[in-house]
Unconditional design. Structure first.
Ligand code: GDG
Length: 457
């Protein structure tokens, strides 16, 4: 069995912490343990100056390797090109995407430095699996240093339509870099098609067969691998004593009120202001919900160095303040907005205590929260999921109540319908979604990707 080398911006956690952190870490750690391997990426630390020092932690057959970033590299690579250029652009926010050549140079510089650092630790038979938008040029850097190993890439966020991508001045350089991999994986079929359309329209590339595209003198495999969660494990977590305790405490606080829940990293792609407005519209249009229905929004802050993330927080505090001021009662707060994170068990309990899961991103590669909400439900009396059609997850969870998050009225209607959905309908929908989550779980995602990367050995 070939050794696996995983490259991602953040590394770990491993051991017990991996279970607490959830699906992705567990899936990668399992694969690394099974075949032995390296997991390489940024330590999360920023030093004053660049240093090529690698920190190494051995965990049985698995080795974690991390490097610090210099302040300059952090600003250009992470806060700059990754999070102020690629993240908004790939989520169709051309208006927020800022291009700065120095940031792009920094992005390439960090990819080159990381590739250089990994190079002496690679073995000829390694399978290399690179993750996400931080490391698009990683393989091209390794190839330029003479690496011939099989390399695969998985993009966790959407791949935009060519008309959007070409607004980026360096679009060709990025796509050319992707052709250094042997396999490029996307979350959904539309992402895969967007990539192929770009190759055909912009580079004169050729579709070879269902899974292969040729461009820049290379043929690569291009496939969709929808990421899943550790479904059984999450369902067990939600039924565990710790989660139940949270569920009971929640019910005590609610005094018979019904809860709608949203859980998202605080990010402008998640459609939070639109969601709050749709909830306000629910209270306006269907006054019977006043005093009886609460929206709890958990939104831990992220990327606080980027200004757009501060703006969204202020906007949300403004809207929830207005709605609460307008409708609130001494014994009922319509929107409970919590800006810090919860432990995983508590989160599972909160999902289970909520009659409706409200997941309305404006664009999302997959969205694991939607999947976790479903897995956490009581099989005897499950809640209903309201899900944006623009989340990758909507392609699998088509038994959810699917909404367009830009349609305030429509989301309010979907909420009203979900709050009143009869139990037999909730059960039917839940069984259909759970069936899919059990079949297409995170192990399948990882195994399918690795099988495609190995190819015919
Ligand atoms: C990217 C793509 C794709 C959130 N709040 C808390 C908490 N979380 C956990 C959730 C979930 C994870 O964070 C968020 O995952 P999502 O998939 O919803 O979104 P992104 O962070 O944007 O992830 C996305 C994903 O990569 C995987 O490929 O699905 O499309 O954007 O697991 O539970 N966890 C805890 N406390 C919180 O307060 N413990």
């Amino acid at each position: 069995m070939r050794r696996l080398v995983v490259v991602s911006n953040r590394v770990g956690p491993v051991r017990a912490a991996a279970k607490a952190a959830g699906g992705l870490a567990v899936a990668l750690v399992d694969a690394l343990r099974e075949r032995g391997g390296l997991w390489f990426g940024w330590s999360g630390k920023v030093g004053e100056r660049f240093s090529s020092r690698i920190e190494k932690v051995e965990e049985g057959p698995l080795t974690l390797l991390t490097m610090d970033l210099s302040q300059e590299d952090f600003d250009a690579y992470y806060n700059g090109f990754a999070n102020q250029t690629l993240w908004p652009l790939f989520h169709y926010r051309v208006d927020l995407s800022q291009f700065d050549r120095a940031h792009f140079e920094g992005y390439n510089r960090v990819n080159a430095r990381f590739a250089q650092a990994l190079l002496p630790r690679l073995e000829p038979d390694d399978l290399i699996w690179v993750h996400d938008y931080h490391f698009i040029p990683f393989a091209s850097q390794l190839r330029s240093m003479g690496c011939e190993q099989r390399m695969g890439y998985f993009l966790h966020i959407p791949f935009p339509a060519p008309e959007i991508l070409v607004t980026l001045p360096v679009h060709d350089s990025l796509v050319r870099a992707l052709f250094s991999y042997d396999l490029v994986g996307f979350q959904t079929e539309p992402d895969r098609i967007a990539f192929i359309n770009y190759c055909v329209q912009e580079t004169g590339g050729r579709i070879i067969d269902d899974y292969h595209v040729e461009a820049f003198g290379r043929t690569i495999q291009v496939r969709a691998f929808p990421i899943g969660i550790d479904t059984e494990n999450f369902a067990e977590l939600a039924a565990s004593a710790g989660a139940k305790d949270r569920c009971v405490r929640m019910s005590d606080v609610l005094h018979g009120q019904i809860q709608i829940i949203g859980v998202d990293r605080l990010d402008y792609t998640k459609g939070l202001p639109e969601r709050f407005r749709a909830f306000e519209r629910l209270l306006e249009n269907y006054p019977e919900n006043r005093g009886g229905v609460t929206l709890m929004q958990v939104a831990p802050t992220s990327r606080t160095d980027v200004e757009d993330y501060v703006d969204i927080r202020n906007e949300l505090e403004g809207i929830s303040g207005n709605v609460n001021g307008r409708f609130g009662e001494f014994d009922w707060t319509p929107i409970r907005y919590i800006g810090r994170s919860f432990g995983r068990k508590a989160l599972a309990g909160l999902y289970r205590a909520s009659k409706v899961g409200l997941v309305t991103p404006l664009r999302d590669g997959m969205n694991l929260v939607a999947k976790e909400y479903v897995a956490a439900q009581d099989p005897e009396n499950p809640g209903a999921l309201v899900l944006s059609r623009f989340a990758g997850a909507a392609r699998q969870l088509d038994s959810a109540v699917i909404v367009n998050p830009f349609d305030t009225e429509g989301v309010a209607e979907a909420l009203q319908r979900s709050l009143r959905m009869p139990r037999p309908e909730r059960l039917d929908r839940w069984h259909s979604m759970m069936g899919c989550l059990r079949r297409e779980n995170v192990d399948k995602w990882r195994n399918d990707f690795l099988a495609a990367l190995r190819g015919r050995e």
